[in-house]
Design a protein around this ligand. Sequence first.
Ligand code: COA
Length: 277
Amino acid sequence: MTLSDPNDILADAFADLDAGNLSSNTQAKSSSQESKSESRNEFSVRRASLGDSMMLESIDREAFPGMTPVTHIERDLTRQNGLYLAAVRDWQPGEHELGPRFAIATQSEKEDDSFSAKVKRNVYRYLLDYVIRPKLPPDYIAGFVGLWFVLDEAHVVIIGLREIDRRKGIGEQLLISAIEQSVENDSRVVTLEVRESNEPAIKLYRKYGFQEVGFRRRYYSDSGENAVIMTTPPIQSDDYQERFSELVELHADRWGWVSRLGYSRTESPDPTIESDD
Ligand SMILES: CC(C)(COP(=O)(O)OP(=O)(O)OC[C@H]1O[C@@H](n2cnc3c(N)ncnc32)[C@H](O)[C@@H]1OP(=O)(O)O)[C@@H](O)C(=O)NCCC(=O)NCCS
């Protein structure tokens, strides 16, 4: 029995997968670095830095609409025991055209057709963008995951994506990278809280062996909803590592290989270099 698993129920982790999801992958390799996938995903995962904070906050607003942010992104980015990872790709031509504030706005802000929204956008574009130019990240960020390392546990404090970038394997890649970094950090388990109604997220976490180990009643102040506490089995164990590698391999076969912290086949962009755009 452990702090994260008071009821000792983690033995059933990956039970869903045992039931069939991985059965077609009997040839899976033992290491994610050995993936044979030749195709490269257009996204890569890098460490997020302070220059990304405006865009991360915008993604936070989009991923958790109507909620007071639960994390202090800017503070977390400089936290000694924190690590934020961003899923990024090159900016595409035209994405800057309407100014940096528009480029990092949420999808609903971009699509708002009301008169006041149009006026606001023009004020931003023709006035504010010149007076106080917001810092754009060197690349487009689709989503991010935030981790805190506390004692022997890695805690996922936030994971979220822009709406238009969902269902393309990016959230899964961020979780993969979070687990890889937790292994690197010698964490024993990865743990998190999730709304009990958040089926997409719960499905994603279960896929990676997270198990429900408890509840926090009325945890979310906006709706009073309960949080489910989910935890992985020991991530350093051979058993977990084997299953995890299989999943990483399947992900690479399906979505293309993703260059990421500690797993780069080519040079990845230096996150400390910030764009003037
Ligand atoms: C949860 C979230 C990060 C998933 O990211 P994503 O990139 O869309 O998910 P992926 O495409 O990588 O899917 C990976 C797995 O997640 C699960 N999943 C993701 N979206 C799902 C959906 N809409 N319905 C059912 N399962 C879903 C599936 O298990 C999927 O595996 P599969 O493709 O083999 O079925 C994303 O939906 C999001 O940002 N949601 C809003 C913010 C949020 O709720 N964050 C979690 C807070 S705890």
